[in-house]
Design a protein around this ligand. Structure first.
Ligand SMILES: Cc1cc2nc3c(=O)[nH]c(=O)nc-3n(C[C@H](O)[C@H](O)[C@H](O)COP(=O)(O)OP(=O)(O)OC[C@H]3O[C@@H](n4cnc5c(N)ncnc54)[C@H](O)[C@@H]3O)c2cc1C
Length: 433
């Protein structure tokens, strides 16, 4: 009997799972799927807030619970643990007498540290595979070190090979789960030292974690509401469920696969209609791929003040000013409305993110990394590469070919929140006359 551990990371789903699909019909295999809430994810940042805040943590707990249920439905289960991942996995592998471990590959320092620490401890093979992006690194028509530093150049080179993108079919049956590891314990926010996350009815939508909800959202945005047909015109709006896809929270923890989203868009284009908007959603997914490859190419540089451009920048870094930005009390209505939305719901539109980020580093002269860290704590769609890549871009130390891009937040508010309804929605001081 071969004993295999599948370590779930940011691929919390059963669709588009290459390894699980391969194991699906194997006889003589016992499979132990495991997920570990790493205690370091909940540590306090030096700026005083948890690295993972309540709303994101709640979304992740829901995601893991849904994965466990779905695994149980196909004859397996999920061992859910808490601690330092490499230590937990080492102990479990020893107890289980595992022959090998499979997991999704990550590309950034904290995650690589865990991979390396695990490999050092174990004497069994640990196999990693890529599962986040539309295209795998090996499919790119250039090596990672030759990844273009300008998105458009990247896009033009990869668009011709996008027709190779194909998700793997859903797993329908898995080998038996070892009974001695069955455990029905479900973690709560209190286990991670976090406060309750209260739902705010002003939120763009009610985000619930898990593959089932992710696939539901995919179906609703594309097929049911057909909002994809107008995406290019609506994507800069600020209020409501359908101005943009809202796929990002599920994409970020892998409960929705980007390849599945892509194939659904292609199917829709074939069966219903292809237009500029349907194209534009793929265009945005390519940004997501791009930032992942940038993180891979540049390693820790994406976390440095000077970014991948190695620029020398100086900031004032006034902590009180930062706190006002963080809590939506800068005095600028547009910035404050967006920051309030983020704090209360864990989400903010792309237009909002660009504005508050620019305001922090260009107007308030505060280190962009403080802002990126707050986003990391709050965003339910936090993705290390997309977050730090976008922040670098806005701060002028990333992949923006234009030097010194600046968002005039007042002009932007007048353009994108002409009737002030967005600001009125989020700021009590404006809501009542
Ligand atoms: C400062 C800043 C920080 C950001 N941090 C994150 C983050 O942590 N996680 C994250 O997923 N996105 C991040 N973004 C990108 C973007 O704002 C969100 O992906 C988008 O708003 C999510 O909403 P949606 O799913 O409705 O997007 P849609 O507009 O419907 O786009 C579809 C998908 O394309 C991808 N996408 C769209 N725009 C971008 C972009 N600029 N960069 C990378 N991928 C993109 C996302 O996966 C998104 O779900 C950030 C942007 C800025 C300016």
């Amino acid at each position: 009997m071969k004993k295999i551990i599948y370590w779930f990371r940011n691929d919390l789903r059963l669709h588009d799972q290459i390894i699980l699909k391969r194991i699906e019909n194997q006889k003589e295999v016992v499979l132990l799927p495991i997920f570990c809430f790493d205690e370091r994810w909940f540590a306090k940042h030096t700026l005083g807030f948890p690295k993972t805040g309540s709303i994101r943590a709640k979304f992740l707990i829901e995601t893991v619970n849904n994965l466990k249920t779905n695994l149980q439905k196909i004859g397996s289960d999920l061992l859910v643990t808490f601690g330092k991942t490499e230590e937990v996995l080492f102990e479990v592998a020893k107890r289980f007498n595992a022959n090998e471990i499979y997991a999704e590959k990550e590309d950034t320092s904290e995650e690589i540290f865990v991979e390396e620490a695990l490999k050092k401890r174990l004497s069994i093979p640990v196999h990693f595979h890529e599962s986040k992006t539309l295209l795998k690194t090996e499919q790119l028509p250039f090596s990672i070190s030759n990844l273009p530093d300008i998105f458009t150049h990247f896009r033009k080179k990869v668009e011709p090979i996008l027709d190779t993108v194909q998700p793997i079919e859903e797993v329908e049956k898995l080998p038996p789960f070892p009974d001695e590891f069955r455990n029905e314990h479900s973690f709560s926010l209190q286990d991670f030292g976090l406060n309750e996350a209260v739902f705010d009815s002003r939120a763009v939508m009610h985000f619930t974690g898990g593959e089932c909800e992710g696939l539901k959202r995919l179906n609703k945005f594309i097929w049911q509401d057909k909002s994809i047909l107008h995406y290019k015109e609506t994507r800069n709006q600020l209020i409501g469920e359908n101005y943009s896809s809202k796929f990002s929270p599920w994409l970020a923890n892998g409960s929705l696969s980007a390849r599945r989203v892509f194939s659904e868009i292609k199917k829709f284009e074939k069966e219903v209609e292809a237009n500029e908007s349907t194209y534009w959603l793929v265009f945005e997914l390519l940004w997501r791929d791009y930032f992942r490859f940038v993180a891979k190419k540049y390693g820790n540089k994406i976390f440095l003040k000077g970014g991948i451009k190695n620029k020398s920048l100086s900031y004032n870094n006034d902590f009180e000013v930062f706190e006002k930005w963080r809590t939506g009390k800068t005095g600028n209505d547009f910035v404050d409305a967006n920051m309030t939305e983020l704090m209360k719901t864990g989400f903010m539109s792309n237009r909002g993110r660009q504005n508050v980020a620019s305001y922090l580093c260009k107007d308030l002269k505060i280190d962009w990394r403080w802002g990126a860290s707050w986003f990391e704590s709050q965003l339910i769609d936090y993705d290390v590469a997309s977050n730090w890549g976008n922040w670098m871009y806005i701060a002028g130390v990333g992949n923006d070919p234009r030097e010194a891009r600046y968002f005039n937040v007042n002009k932007q508010a007048a353009m994108y929140d002409q009737d002030t309804s967005y600001r009125k929605l989020w700021l009590d001081s404006l809501a009542k006359p």
